[in-house]
Design a protein around this ligand. Structure first.
Ligand SMILES: CC(C)(COP(=O)(O)OP(=O)(O)OC[C@H]1O[C@@H](n2cnc3c(N)ncnc32)[C@H](O)[C@@H]1OP(=O)(O)O)[C@@H](O)C(=O)NCCC(=O)NCCS
Length: 177
C-alpha cells in the first residue's frame, strides 16, 4: 500500500518525512506536550523527532501504526500529527494526536480526528476506535466529543507518570456495520 493522503476541508494528512524533523522538534519543545501525554519528553530534541519519524515509517510498513502529518492545504509545513495504533486481534485502534501551539483552538484537531475515524472505519475496516487522555486535559475531551466519540468511563490510576498516578478518561466510537 502506498501511504495514503487524506484530504479534509482545510488539511492534508500525509506521511511524515525525515525533513519534517526540525519542525517536529520545534513544535514539541514546550512543556504542555509533555504535561499532557505519556510519551512526549521535555525538552524535546532533534533526535527525539528523528526517532519518532522512523517509528512512524516502520509502523506503516508493519501495518501496526498509521501516523499522519497534519498540514494546511496551502502550506507543506507540518503543524501536528495524528495516528492510529492498531490492535489487530481485536480489530480496534487507539487514537493519538497533537497540534503545534500556534494552531490551537482553530478546529484543526477536530477536523483531523473526524477524518482519521472515517479512514479507520472505511479503509482499515476497524470495529472500534478509542482514545484516553489525562482527566485534566479538557481540550482533548472536547475534540473527541466534537468528532462524535463518547465517554465510556474514568480509568482510575490508569498510569503512573514519575511518582504520580494519573486518572484517564476513555472515549470511543464503534462502527456498526
Ligand atoms: C488537544 C489538542 C490536540 C487540541 O487541538 P486543537 O486544534 O486546538 O483542537 P480544536 O480547536 O479542534 O478543539 C479544541 C476545543 O477545546 C476547547 N478548549 C481549549 N482549551 C480548553 C480548556 N482549557 N478547557 C476547556 N476547553 C478547552 C476549545 O474551546 C475547543 O472547543 P470549541 O470548539 O467548542 O470552542 C491540542 O491542544 C494539543 O496538541 N495539546 C497537547 C497534546 C495533547 O494533549 N494531545 C492529546 C493527548 S490525548
Amino acid at each position: 500500500m502506498i501511504f495514503p493522503t487524506i484530504e479534509t476541508e482545510r488539511l492534508n494528512l500525509n506521511q511524515p518525512h525525515e525533513n519534517d524533523a526540525e519542525q517536529v522538534a520545534k513544535s514539541l519543545n514546550h512543556k504542555e506536550f509533555s504535561d499532557n501525554t505519556l510519551t512526549i519528553p521535555f525538552p524535546y530534541t532533534m533526535e527525539n523527532a528523528q526517532f519518532w519519524i522512523s517509528l512512524s515509517q516502520q509502523g506503516f510498513e508493519s501495518e501496526t501504526n498509521y501516523i499522519f502529518a497534519i498540514r494546511q492545504k496551502d502550506n507543506p509545513r507540518l503543524i501536528g500529527a495524528i495516528g492510529l495504533h492498531l490492535d489487530k486481534n481485536h480489530n480496534k485502534a487507539e487514537l493519538g494526536y497533537w497540534l503545534d501551539k500556534e494552531y490551537w483552538n482553530k478546529g484543526y484537531a477536530t477536523e483531523a480526528v473526524k477524518a482519521i475515524i472515517e479512514f479507520g472505519f472505511s479503509n482499515l475496516g476497524l470495529r472500534r476506535i478509542f482514545a484516553t487522555f489525562f482527566d485534566f486535559n479538557l481540550a482533548s475531551g472536547r475534540v473527541l466529543r466534537k468528532a462524535g466519540m463518547v465517554q465510556e468511563g474514568k480509568l482510575h490510576s490508569y498510569t503512573k507518570k514519575g511518582n504520580t498516578y494519573q486518572d484517564h478518561i476513555m472515549y470511543a466510537i464503534v462502527h456498526n456495520a
